[in-house]
Design a protein around this ligand. Structure first.
Ligand SMILES: Nc1nc2c(ncn2[C@@H]2O[C@H](COP(=O)(O)OP(=O)(O)OP(=O)(O)O)[C@@H](O)[C@H]2O)c(=O)[nH]1
Ligand SMILES: [Mg+2]
Length: 451
């Protein structure tokens, strides 16, 4: 059934997203969608026979189940209780359950409306399709109109079944008369069975039920499952939230990339690095990066759960913290080496200002032979520091990329499709009966949906 298939697609899409990526409330939506799909897959198409007394409902029911299960008679009304064949309906208690040679349709034989209006309406309300059975003598009367109006008021499509149509009646004329009396809708004409034979004859009911099954998808779509609709609306909201998270993740990835590209060791820092106690400095830088990266990840987690978060701001903070940690780490050993304030000051200026000439004291101390050591240390620093950064950032980037690639577009389009499938106008309520449509157009009768 297309609506269920769509709901299933929506479920698959939502299921493809790791649950920790989904916004709050998504689990509930998925559960109600699963329930709705299951309900729709398990439930047979429910077709009830309603209409004025004596038009042959019980006889059609019997013909469908293949035996004289229900009393058919001259006394009016003949039927006083509800008969159910072909499927189980938990919401219907106190019904006569009749064995049937089919299980894809739950067929219900009703008493005439006036017999027990409340009970009859309750059964019609749970049906997917109401076959309003009438006759040549009664198709234009108030009881037929009332049965149609009742079904429609309860949101159930009504198909008119004119039973026992004599062979001389031109079908097109009859259809046109029905349209004029009851508006455009499906019409099925069942020919009079001259012998009045009850069983084993092609009474038309088998074809009628076959037609109903063929159109089950459309009928169901018209009826629609409110649970699927509600879940589709919710899925749209989930897609919106995921979109916000994805946009912010994409921005964060971009700034991580910019940051990585930017982050090569400034040349002015290299001489200092070369003089620092290498492993100690590295350990401290490493610890700082670990710490800050963990904070950034925690920040994104919060952002995914709560509100839109600016990835650029998070990265800016991270970058500053890492800078401070790195510079601090390098300064500490230097301070221990050169306790003197002046040297420290000059070294620091050297570190931050490329253009400044290297002070003489420093040049004297470092000496020309230190150049080779310095540049080797700087290269190593570049490699280790860069690798370390990538190592820290990569897991974050991976997580963000997963967030940024959630299928929000597809979720939204399937949700929209589900909602658009709820046929909103009477024009699309039922299988368009082409002959009836043409007749209506020729007669200048407006379609119900246009009113
Ligand atoms: N000859 C002939 N008689 C039919 C046909 N369909 C129904 N009847 C007769 O019409 C009478 C009424 O049929 P039912 O099936 O009891 O009608 P119903 O709509 O169930 O009536 P209620 O239960 O009172 O609502 C019975 O005597 C049937 O035998 C038909 O196609 N041909
Ligand atoms: Mg009956």
């Amino acid at each position: 059934m297309p609506d269920v298939a769509l709901a299933q697609r929506l479920l698959n899409l939502l299921g493809s997203i790791p649950s920790d990526r989904l916004p709050l409330g998504a689990a509930g939506t998925i559960r109600s969608l699963e329930d709705a799909v299951e309900r729709n897959l398990e439930r047979p198409l429910v077709v009830c026979l309603a209409g004025p007394s004596g038009t042959g409902k019980s006889r059609l029911f019997n013909a469908a189940v293949g035996r004289e299960a229900r009393a058919v008679g001259i006394r009016r009304p003949t039927t006083a209780d509800v008969g159910l064949a072909g499927g189980e309906l938990p919401e219907l208690v106190d019904v006569e359950v009749v064995e049937a040679p089919f299980d894809h349709i739950a067929l219900i034989d009703l008493p005439p409306l006036e017999h027990d209006r409340e009970r009859t309406e309750r059964v019609v309300a749970v049906s997917d399709l109401c076959l309003v059975v009438t006759s040549m003598a009664r198709y234009a009367d108030a009881a037929t109109a009332e049965a149609i109006a009742t079904a429609e008021r309860l949101g159930v499509p009504a198909t008119i079944v004119v039973n026992r149509v004599p062979s001389g009646v031109p079908p097109d004329r009859l259809r046109q008369a029905l349209i004029q009396r009851h508006g455009r809708r499906d019409v099925v004409l069942l020919p009079e069975d001259p012998g009045g034979r009850i069983l084993g004859e092609p009474s038309g009911i088998a074809e009628l039920l076959h037609l109903a099954v063929e159109n089950a998808a459309r009928i169901r779509r018209y009826r629609h499952d409110a649970g699927i609709d509600a879940a589709a609306v919710e899925a749209g909201r989930i897609a919106d939230e995921l979109d916000v998270a994805a946009t912010s993740a994409r921005r964060a990835i971009e700034s991580i990339d910019r940051e990585l590209a930017r982050r090569s060791v400034p040349p002015a820092l290299r001489p200092i690095i070369a003089q620092a106690r290498w492993s100690e400095a590295m350990a401290q830088v490493d610890a700082a990066v670990r710490h800050e990266a963990a904070a950034v990840v925690a920040g994104f987690d919060l952002e995914l759960q709560a509100e839109p978060h600016d990835g650029v701001v998070a990265l800016g903070a991270w970058r500053r913290a890492v800078d401070d940690a790195a510079v601090g780490a390098m300064r500490l050993p230097l301070l221990r080496w050169f306790g003197e304030r002046g040297v420290r000051h000059h070294l620091w200026r050297l570190a931050v200002d490329v253009d400044r000439p290297v002070p003489r004291t420093v040049r004297w101390w470092l000496g020309p032979r230190a150049d080779a050591i310095r540049s080797a240390a700087a290269d190593e620093f570049d490699a280790v520091f860069g690798g370390m950064l990538v190592g820290r950032v990569e897991p974050i980037r991976e997580r963000l990329e997963r967030t940024a690639t959630v299928p929000t577009e597809r979720i939204r389009s399937v949700a929209d499709e589900i909602l658009a499938e709820a046929y909103p106008t009477a024009l699309f309520r039922l299988t368009p009966d082409i002959a009836a449509l043409q007749a209506a157009a020729e007669a200048g009768i407006p379609f119900e949906g246009e009113r």
